[in-house]
Design a protein around this ligand. Sequence first.
Ligand code: AP5
Ligand code: MG
Length: 191
Amino acid sequence: MLNIILFGPPGSGKGTQSTMIVEKYNLKHLSTGDILRLEIKNETELGLLAESYISKGKLVPDDVIIDILLQTIDNDSKSYKGIILDGFPRTLVQAEALEEMLKARNEDVSVLIEIQVDEDLLLKRLLARSEVSGRSDDNLVTIHKRFEIYRSQSLPACDYYKKLNKYVAVDGVGTVDEVFNRVSAVIDSHI
Ligand code: AP5
Ligand code: MG
């Protein structure tokens, strides 16, 4: 199985690239952000809890997120060639939990791809998206908070995979297709 982590700061293109990757490689797209936003839309208890963190740019607690992953990871995964994790793991605790989850299934992470984009450009992309996204976290104050959390809490998860020699950085600046070609080249080298 191909188990790929698409990593990167807010606005780096994780969602955009995931949509293209799942089609090309027949992978299951697992986006914790999308799962949470669906819960928010459906006004569930989990949605209400998640919104209280998301709107402030903070991470939803690890135990809640790990629980969601456990519930969704086996769901119809068998008909796919693997999974693409978009927005998970984003703490060291989540990375360790993922390792355990996969190990229990005789699986492991193939590669973590970090999409790198500087914050000035990320800010421009996210402010442009805020006009249409309706996301409570797409505003100047919350975007800066998300950047800060990425640096302090999420990059350590990235370091975890560097130590395992499963880390590859990709330049996320360029057209969507240019970035896709770079990401595809990394995936191709892991098939
Ligand atoms: P999440 O939904 O994961 O959001 P994020 O990481 O902040 O990233 P975005 O979805 O904003 O950006 P993206 O990298 O997907 O880029 P996109 O393709 O959209 O998480 C949201 C919140 O949920 C978190 O803050 C947290 O509260 C909670 N959460 C989620 N997962 C969690 C977890 N594991 N643990 C705890 N809490 C969790 O692109 C952005 C924009 O740029 C788009 O408009 C796009 O069209 C444009 N764009 C993309 N690529 C290009 C390009 N190459 N050139 C020009 N424009 C481009
Ligand atoms: Mg996204």
